[in-house]
Design a protein around this ligand. Structure first.
Ligand code: UDP
Length: 331
């Protein structure tokens, strides 16, 4: 298929683009490099740098009788819970307004398929665990609210304009694949931050909340390997049906507390990791664990890299390699 990938220089987008290229798809990436890296763009993809909505509108064109692309995978987004509480404008404009423009471009160009990066944050504080797609959506932060608003918009576009649409609700994506991993200018995610402590780049990790209603008092998340996530995108693309918008949760199905993640990082690196207790972070729910039963049953998806130590080991290898590369570049 000929595919337009927005955000393909970012972490998840670049791994998915790599896998799409490996399977013989033709990939055009649009990214404004606000959080992604040009280095992340996989070889073999055509890369256009600039505003996602503007470029997508140009690239998709307006001839619905002869669509130029078979589908769009829309990864480009603002995606930090804490930041979204402090700067919601960036999220409503950057996520919702951009995606509404993209949806119009998809409609006008007659592009048949859309796979959208949604999130577990659409559910908010769940009543029970694991979370299924039928559970109530009550986001506890603007990030989740913007992604949920987009999911609603996609649903109505799918029905009215015969779009074949899929929203994939990611839980906590981690790990690395073929030189693509978490490499953000401003890092806020747990696993890379803990590994930065191991690398000596950071003095200690702050544990945000030690009074959550969990076994060790720290928040529980479901860590999914980025390669498993990429596989789900390929399956979703194939399974999408005109006029339907399907939503799938994607996680490994097991929850790990912040302290358990720190222990896994200590095991993998063989290094002690200094940690301090800190207040809860605004917008964070206590526990987010996915039921991915629907994706397993309907898409034929099967997460393969579910061992937390193996996920951390891939992230660790990526960060060490990145350090070696930047050291070599400085010399
Ligand atoms: N977390 C933490 N210290 C940090 C970063 C994150 O304790 O420096 C916690 C965070 O509060 C959450 C979990 O680790 O409970 C995962 O956070 P992350 O930002 O990686 O992903 P999110 O769940 O927000 O998508």
């Amino acid at each position: 298929m000929k595919l337009l990938v927005t955000g393909g220089a970012g972490y998840v987008g670049s791994v998915c683009a790599t896998v799409l290229l490996e399977r013989g798809h033709d990939v055009v990436i649009i990214d404004d490099l606000s959080t992604g890296n040009a280095d992340g763009v996989p070889e073999g993809a055509q890369f256009l740098e600039g505003d996602v909505a503007t470029l997508a509108t140009e690239v998709l064109g307006t001839d619905s009788a002869a669509p130029r692309f078979d589908g769009v995978l829309h990864f480009a987004a603002q995606s930090l819970v804490g930041e979204s509480v402090e700067a919601p404008d960036k999220y409503w404009q950057g996520n919702v307004v951009t995606t509404l423009t993209l949806l119009e471009a998809i409609r006008r160009s007659g592009t048949p398929r859309l796979v959208f990066s949604s999130t577990a944050a659409t559910y908010g504080e769940p009543d029970h665990s694991p979370i299924t797609e039928a559970d109530p959506t009550r986001p506890t932060n603007p990030y989740g609210a913007t992604k949920l608003a987009i999911d609603h918009a996609i649903s109505s576009y799918a029905v009215a304009y015969d779009l074949a649409a899929m929203s994939l609700r990611y839980f906590n994506v981690a790990g690395a694949y073929k030189g693509a991993g978490e490499n953000r200018v401003v890092e806020t995610h747990l696993i890379p931050l803990v590994l930065q402590v191991a690398l000596g780049q950071r003095e200690k990790i702050s544990i945000f909340g030690t009074d959550w209603p969990t076994s060790d008092g720290t928040a529980i998340r479901d860590y999914i390997h980025v390669l498993d996530l990429a596989e789900a995108h390929l399956l979703a693309l194939e399974a999408a049906q005109p006029g339907r918008h399907e939503i799938y949760n994607l996680g490994s199905g097991a929850g790990f507390s912040v302290r358990e993640v720190i222990s896994a990082c200590e095991r993998v690196t063989g290094l002690p990791i200094a940690a301090e207790n800190a207040p809860r972070r605004a917008g964070d729910p206590a526990i987010l664990v996915a039921s991915s039963d629907r994706a397993i049953a309907e898409l034929g998806w099967q997460p393969k890299h579910t061992d937390l130590d193996a996920i951390v080991a891939d992230a660790w290898a990526f960060l060490q390699d990145l350090g070696d590369r930047s050291h070599a570049a400085r010399r």
